[in-house]
Each structure stands twice: as C-alpha cells, then as structure tokens.
Design a protein around this ligand. Structure first.
Ligand SMILES: [Zn+2]
Ligand SMILES: [Zn+2]
Length: 206
C-alpha cells in the first residue's frame, strides 16, 4: 500500500521545513490519491501530470514531493483560492480530478488517533493512516482553459508594445490593437509606486 511511500515522502517534505504538519501529510496523501485516480505512477519525472494547488504553504510541498511536479518543470501551478485542494490533470488524456479533504475530516481524525485529544496531533497522526475514502473527496472535473493553452509552446515569445519586456508562453493580451503584457493591460498584480524612478537607474546617478 502507500505507507512506505508515504513515510519517505513525509521525510522529504518535512526536511524542507522545521516540522511535519497535518497539511504536509494532506498534501502528500492528496498527491498520491491524484496519481492513483489517473492511473499515473508517481513521482513523475516527465510532464505527463499537471497539478494545480489551490494554496501555497506546507500543503503544496507535500503535493510536490509526492508527485514530483514542480513549478520549475512547469508541472505545478498555483491557483490561489486559499484552499487545501488540488486538481490533477493527465496531460495526455486531459482527464482531470479535483482532490480535497472531506468536509468532516477533522472530526473523523479522532477515530484514527486513539487517546489523542489535541487536534493538531490527532490530525497529524490520523491523516497518515486514514483510508482515502475517509480522508478525501475525489471529483472528476474538466479545466475551463484547454491544457494546450495553459502549457503553451516553448518557442513563442513577443515583446509588450508598451513596456518592451518579453512575454513567453502566450500570456500577452490584445488591447486596442496593441500586444500588451498583463501589467500594461491593467490587470497586473502590482502598480508602479508614486515615485517610480527605477531603483537601478537612481543608484547609477548617485
Ligand atoms: Zn507546516
Ligand atoms: Zn508591458
């Protein structure tokens, strides 16, 4: 079963932190369950599995170690919904499942951690041994953006017509006949500070 696998995964995940916590365990269990649901062997060393984690933090490390999917390999993406949940996509078949903890998982945990009344430690213990069906909900889903569009192609690149920076992976947008990056198009996650002289240019002057 998964127990041997799981302890190796948890050792690798917790080595990245100063601790092992229930969220890392959940991430690891969810990663393993996602792979099983799609009949994909884990951890992956190819790009067959694409994972969307719905929050960052410890949970994401559990998912990453279990699946072998990483941001660096472009096989792990963050859709920040602030949830402990993840979608696993078989890139070849486009089959996808969303895996999340059962809503009542914290209550169920006590039955798997006899004598442990402290929530945190009950969860830490229980999440390692609870059967998938007690721990997780696995729901088939389909992505609203086609995988091919998410993954894009390695060779494509254009320059933003406003800031001049290069845009890869077809993330440009067209506004008023111009090819723009998302920041210049006004949907950026930052805006320039009021005094927006470039830091580097300033330090060159002084
Ligand atoms: Zn943690
Ligand atoms: Zn731009």
């Amino acid at each position: 079963m998964f127990s041997h696998n799981l302890s190796a995964i948890l050792a690798a995940s917790s080595a990245r932190h100063s601790h092992l916590c229930p969220r890392q365990v959940l991430g690891a269990r969810m990663g393993l369950a996602g792979g099983r649901a799609l009949d994909l062997d884990l951890p992956r060393t190819d790009k067959r599995l694409l994972v969307f984690v719905e929050s960052d933090g410890c949970f994401a490390d559990g998912v990453e170690v279990a699946t072998g999917c990483t941001m660096g390999h472009r096989t792990l993406r963050l859709e920040d919904y602030g949830k402990i949940a993840a979608v696993f996509v078989d890139v070849k078949s486009e089959r996808a499942v969303r895996v999340a903890p059962r809503l009542d998982v914290r209550d169920r945990a006590y039955a798997y951690a006899p004598g442990e009344r402290r929530h945190y430690f009950a969860q830490l213990q229980a999440y390692q041994v609870m059967p998938d069906a007690e721990l997780l909900v696995i729901q088939p889903v389909s992505l609203t953006t086609p995988v091919a569009q998410i993954v894009s192609r390695p060779i494509v690149r254009v320059d933003c017509e406003r800031c001049g920076e290069e845009i890869i992976n077809e993330r440009e947008v067209w506004v008023g006949g111009q090819t723009l990056c998302r920041a210049c198009a006004g949907s950026g996650y930052y805006s320039p500070a009021v005094d927006s002289n470039l830091v580097f240019a300033q330090s060159m002057e002084s």
